[in-house]
Design a protein around this ligand. Structure first.
Ligand code: FES
Ligand code: FE2
Length: 323
């Protein structure tokens, strides 16, 4: 009998660096492979949803689609963050159409069933007379949710590995950055004409930096990058920042530093990729240690350039460089 090979993450420490090659071209351009990745990767793994600063008060919510499912993440009166499928338990109506907002309760626009911020059905007009109907049986369907350093993750499967276990190699590693209390000052979204793996690959090397990011090169040498984590589904490390410089457009410090940063934090930038992230999350996953990330926009531009080449039938796997 044919037994399907079991896929597992390979620790980066066990991947031979010398002689490692990029994936064959089809993994970056094939719609069939991309379609297979959806149920196999994105529907099964922990995915970044947002940051707790987006919903500071009870009743604040964010609604967005994750792998074809619309989800609501909402803060309740006890301060807990809950995640629900954005689907009414009565006839399946979408409960919230807007991307974010504030509500004292979640009321369905169709027949006005009303749910508390904790997902319990609290009002269902004329249903009390229906024999056997019990509101307690019709709470909103929960989605698994976890918070790491203020970042909210969701998992669409029913019994996922707990986020704490999944994130064990990163637990506590960045706590002194205070990510849980930071608030985004500005959000920029890019439509990048590239497969998510090309984004990841591009982000994981600075071989291209001298040519594509000359401003970055002036404050952070492209060949100073090192991996500093080799456990779990993560790839991450740091690059040095020249003394007295910062990753801003001017190259100088423009703002107050985040408190409690160590010296090595002030003299390096760190980026981490979580291998199961969808495209939209990869920018959010990276953090610049001194709080300035103004050089990130160029990433979109250079993966666009790369895509033009990788679509060519002449593209072959190539050995990775050592830096
Ligand atoms: S579908 Fe929501 S109350 Fe009927
Ligand atoms: Fe880049």
């Amino acid at each position: 009998m044919h037994r399907q090979a079991k896929h597992a993450f390979r620790k980066t420490a066990r991947i031979p660096s010398l002689g490692a090659k990029s994936l064959p071209q089809k993994y970056f351009v094939s719609p069939d492979i991309f379609a297979k990745e959806q149920p196999e990767i994105f529907a099964k793994r922990w995915l970044l949803f947002g940051h707790q600063s987006q919903i500071p008060n009870a009743g604040d919510y964010v609604a967005q689609e994750v792998n074809g499912e619309s989800l609501i993440v909402i803060r309740d009166k006890t301060g807990d963050i809950n995640g629900f499928f954005n689907v009414c338990r009565h006839r399946g109506t979408r409960l919230k159409e807007d991307a974010c907002g504030h509500a004292s309760a979640i009321q369905c626009p169709y027949h006005a069933w009303t749910y508390g911020l904790d997902g319990r059905l609290v009002g269902a007009p004329h249903m009390d007379d229906v024999p056997g109907f019990d509101k307690a049986d019709y709470s909103l369907h929960r989605v698994n949710l976890g918070v790491w350093e203020g970042f909210i993750f969701v998992n669409l499967t029913e019994n996922p590995m707990p986020l704490e276990k999944w994130f064990a190699p990163l637990m506590g590693k960045f706590s002194h950055w205070n990510s849980s209390i930071l608030q985004p000052a500005k959000r920029i979204e890019y439509d990048v004409r590239a497969n998510w793996k090309l984004m990841f690959e591009n982000y994981s090397e600075c071989y291209h930096c001298p040519g594509v990011h000359p401003q970055l090169q002036r404050v952070s040498p492209y060949d100073s990058a090192e991996n500093d984590l080799r456990e779990g589904p993560f790839l991450g490390g740091f690059m040095k920042i020249n003394p007295g410089k910062s990753l801003t457009m001017s190259g100088n410090h423009e703002r107050k530093r985040v408190r409690r940063l160590r010296r090595q934090d002030r003299e390096s930038s760190t980026g981490f990729l979580l291998f199961d992230f969808p495209e939209h999350a990869s920018q959010s996953a990276s953090r610049i240690r001194d709080g300035a990330s103004t050089l990130a926009p160029v990433t979109g531009a250079n993966t666009d350039c790369v895509r033009l080449a990788i679509s060519s039938g002449r593209v072959q796997s190539i050995r990775f460089q050592t830096r």
